[in-house]
Every structure is written in structure tokens, then in C-alpha cells.
Design a protein around this ligand. Structure first.
Ligand code: URP
Ligand code: ZN
Ligand code: ZN
Length: 463
């Protein structure tokens, strides 16, 4: 099947909304025209009347199979990318991990091996640097040349992923020269560990205390510090999983000064809150992630940040752990609950619901979920848009279909949904990945190994 015609849909990109026919050949978009205006022939015709035709989602923050907290994230590259396709996401950027004492290269090779031949959709890698020394700094240059152009550093998790300010500054200085983008987990982990110890000593052991010790001020302080370090180094900065109003304010203030500081938030911070962490029994463990869920009053600042472009990207930070046997590792000690939430399948739908609810408009939906992450992480113009020459990663989205999110029906390899019972207006109907139909009117037609590794250029984001 080499030539596909998608007819009569409303094509929505970050830049415009237009009724158009879209012609796909050899995995790419080759032409677009007013509906019915061309006599194109095709092997397959997809009728998209009354539907949206949108770029496949780009989820720039996933952790398939991540070893963490004494266990591993429950989605493999096979199950996680299949679930992503079901949810209208056609590219993920996952995090390869440098282990302490090992080189980044070893970590990257291990992640290549995990993903090779397994993915249903295209994938790329960021690199987590857990041991910034001379060797790692040199390797950063080579990784950028090879298409791994972004590096996550942690101000949290001492003894695991943590980097001190000197290591952070050195990595930023290197990035300012080699064009890499530093992604920061901005929480003051040294101070948080003191508060964890004190809480446990007081007998505060339930999941809700995870949110209480990981204080808003310690996210804001770390965000401020990361921004100042990036200024000193002359490097751009991307702050991941921003959850607190005070952290958004730090990013907004930096951007008002004209600095290249960018921010990402995630659906869990937009739709969930500390109320979930406080659910009775041990249920709150389902919502333990870091940065933590915040009181619901923070959500307005996140939505405002997305509208004003102080926040540019919504990624999932998909890092699922089953409730049974994994989250349960922290019964009686919240600090032992593996950190992370499932969501790779839900992001496009939740953000469409945000359109329905009036938080953002349709083009902003596509901007924050497809176009901006593609440009931010060097995947544009292949990914994140529908235009002649771009990869035919296309979703036919039915804005009128209703669904209820549930673990009973989702495709992620995890035994609960963080959004259980939530009604969503809109549903993915058909998904093309480089022109191949991988979801056909809500039947999976893809295969493990269709997805290919996609090297990236450096950050192309301006604004
Ligand atoms: O809780 C989270 N976010 N788990 C994944 C690791 C990280 O910090 O992104
Ligand atoms: Zn993080
Ligand atoms: Zn993460």
C-alpha cells in the first residue's frame, strides 16, 4: 500500500485549520488540496468527513522499562508504543540512562537494545546523565552529533540520578557549545530527603506525605537555581514536569528577560491533584510521582502558562508501575513507592477535552502536543505537522465520539488508570505511522518493529 488519500477532514496543525484532502505516498505527505478539487487516485481512501485530521502526537517524555525504586516501569517498548498508537501518539522520545560509574554510551546502547525491533511507532532518545565527569562531558559532544541532542539532569534523587551544582554547570557549559538542550528535573532533592526522614520519624507514612515533603518552594527554588546556572553557562534550559504555580512564575520571569528557558507540564498536573494522593487506604500510591501532584489551585497557573506560552509542551512522563506488587512496595513507607504515572495513551484525549472545556483552542492543542515538542527536540519538519514532505504520521480524530477512560479498556501494561472513570469527548479513530495504518477504525493493525529509531537535530524552537 503506497498511496493513501484522506478526504474531507478538517486538517488542524499548529498554524491553521483547513478542510483539505491529504495525499500520502511512500510514507510521506506529498500534497494537500481543497476537498474534491483534485482527481487523485489512491490504493486506499480514508473518509475523514466530520473528523479532524491531525499530526500524530509527539510525546517527548516517556520511561519505558525504566529501572526505578527497586523495580522497573511496567510498559516495555512493545506494549508502551502500542498503547501510544492507540492514543494517537506516533513518536516518543524516551530517556536512556547513564548509570553511576558507567559511560553514557553504555546506557544508550542498552536502551537501543531494549527498543530495537519492538516499537509500533517511531522513537528517539534523550540521555539521562547521572555521573557528569570529564568522560561524560566528552561523550555529550558525540551523542549530539549522533542525534541524541538533549540531556536530563536531576537536582533530585541524591545517590541515584542526582547531580550537584558544579556538575550541572559543567554540563550546561558543554551544551552551550555542542548545541545540546539541558532538561532539568528541578526539585531540591537534598532538602527533600531531610524532610522525608523527619516525616517518617514522626510516623507520617501514607502516600499523601509524598506530596507534603516535596514542597512547592523546593520546586520553585530548584527551578530558579537551574535558570541562574543556565544563564551563567549561556545555555538554553528546558524544565521538565513543572507542577507548581511558583515554578511557572520563575520560568515566566526568565522568559520576560528574553532568556531561552522553556517549560513542560504533564496531564497529571493539569487534571489531578493532592486530593488523589489523599485517597483512602493505599489508593493514593497510584498518584505518586515527582514532581508531585499539587493542590488543585495550581492548575489555573499551568493552564495560563500553556496559553501564554510560558509553558510550551505537554508530555506524559509516562512511567507506569502496577498497583499490585509495584506501588505496594511502599506500603507503610511512602518513600519506597516507585515514582511515576501511566499516561502515554491518554494525553491526546485529555488535551482534546481541555479544548472542549475551553482551556485551550484546537491549534494550541496541536502546538503543545505535536508541533512544539517536535521543534524543541529537533524532529521538525518530519514530525509534529502535516505538510508536504513531512512524515505521514496522521491521526483521524473523531471529536464527537464519547469515551470513558478505564484500565478495563486501555492498552498500557498497567493494572490501573490514573484517570479511571473520566468522560472524554473525542476519540482516536485511525492512525497512520509513516503512511502505514497502525490503528484502523479502532482496530490495531500495527506491528512491533514498524517503529524506527529517529535521530534528532538540535533544538529548533524559537519563541
Ligand atoms: O515520578 C516520576 N516522574 N518518575 C519518572 C522519573 C522522572 O523523574 O521523570
Ligand atoms: Zn524527572
Ligand atoms: Zn520523567
Amino acid at each position: 500500500m503506497t498511496r493513501t488519500l484522506i478526504t474531507g477532514g478538517l486538517v488542524i496543525t499548529a498554524g491553521e485549520e483547513v478542510h483539505a484532502d491529504v495525499l500520502v505516498e511512500h510514507g510521506r505527505v506529498v500534497a494537500m488540496a481543497l476537498p474534491g478539487s483534485q482527481r487523485w487516485t489512491a490504493d486506499r481512501v480514508i473518509d475523514a468527513a466530520q473528523k479532524y485530521v491531525i499530526p500524530g502526537g509527539v510525546d517527548a517524555h516517556t520511561h519505558m522499562e525504566l529501572p526505578f525504586g527497586g523495580t522497573s516501569a511496567s510498559d516495555s517498548f512493545e506494549t508502551g508504543t502500542r498503547a501510544a498508537a492507540w492514543g494517537g501518539t506516533t513518536t516518543i522520545v524516551d530517556f536512556a540512562v547513564q548509570s553511576v560509574g558507567r559511560s553514557p554510551r553504555e546506557g544508550l546502547d542498552a536502551w537501543f537494545a531494549k527498543a530495537d525491533g519492538k516499537c509500533a511507532i517511531d522513537y528517539a532518545f534523550h540521555m539521562i546523565l547521572s555521573d557528569v565527569d570529564e568522560r561524560s562531558l566528552k561523550e555529550m559532544d558525540r551523542l549530539v552529533e549522533e542525534g541524541v541532542t538533549s540531556f536530563k539532569l536531576f537536582m533530585a534523587y541524591p545517590g541515584v540520578f542526582y547531580s550537584d551544582d558544579g556538575q550541572i554547570l559543567r554540563a550546561m557549559q558543554r551544551a552551550s557549545v555542542n548545541g545540546g538542550l539541558i532538561m532539568m528535573h528541578a526539585e531540591n532533592g537534598i532538602a527533600i530527603d531531610v524532610l522525608v526522614e523527619q516525616a517518617l520519624a514522626r510516623g507520617e507514612r501514607d502516600p499523601r506525605h509524598h506530596g507534603e515533603v516535596r514542597k512547592v518552594l523546593l520546586e520553585a527554588e530548584a527551578t530558579h537555581r537551574a535558570i541562574q546556572l543556565a544563564r551563567v553557562a549561556g545555555a538554553p534550559l528546558y524544565v521538565v514536569h513543572v507542577s507548581a504555580e511558583e515554578a511557572v512564575a520563575e520560568i515566566a520571569a526568565a522568559r520576560d528577560k528574553g532568556l531561552d528557558v522553556f517549560g513542560e507540564t504533564c496531564p497529571q498536573y493539569l487534571f489531578l491533584s493532592t486530593d488523589n494522593l489523599a485517597e483512602p487506604g493505599f489508593e493514593g500510591a497510584k498518584y505518586v510521582c515527582s514532581t508531585p501532584l499539587r493542590p488543585r489551585e495550581h492548575q489555573a497557573a499551568l493552564w495560563r502558562g500553556l496559553r501564554t506560552n510560558d509553558l510550551q509542551v505537554v508530555s506524559t512522563d509516562h512511567c507506569p508501575f502496577c498497583f499490585t506488587g509495584q506501588k505496594e512496595l511502599g506500603r507503610g513507607d511512602f518513600s519506597k513507592i516507585p515514582n511515576g504515572l501511566p499516561g502515554v495513551e491518554n494525553r491526546m484525549d485529555l488535551l482534546h477535552q481541555a479544548v472542549v472545556d475551553g482551556h485551550i483552542d484546537r491549534r494550541r492543542w496541536i502546538e503543545i502536543a505535536c508541533a512544539a515538542p517536535a521543534r524543541m527536540f529537533g524532529l521538525h519538519p518530519k514530525k509534529g505537522t502535516i505538510a508536504p514532505g513531512s512524515d505521514a504520521d496522521i491521526v483521524i480524530y473523531d471529536p464527537h465520539a464519547e469515551q470513558v477512560i478505564s484500565a478495563e479498556t486501555h492498552h498500557m501494561n498497567v493494572d490501573y488508570s490514573a484517570y479511571e472513570g473520566r468522560r472524554i469527548m473525542g476519540q482516536v479513530e485511525t492512525v497512520l505511522s509513516r503512511g502505514e495504518v497502525v490503528i484502523d477504525r479502532r482496530t490495531y493493525t500495527g506491528r512491533a518493529g514498524h517503529g524506527v529509531y529517529t535521530p534528532r537535530s538540535t533544538c529548533q524552537y524559537v519563541g
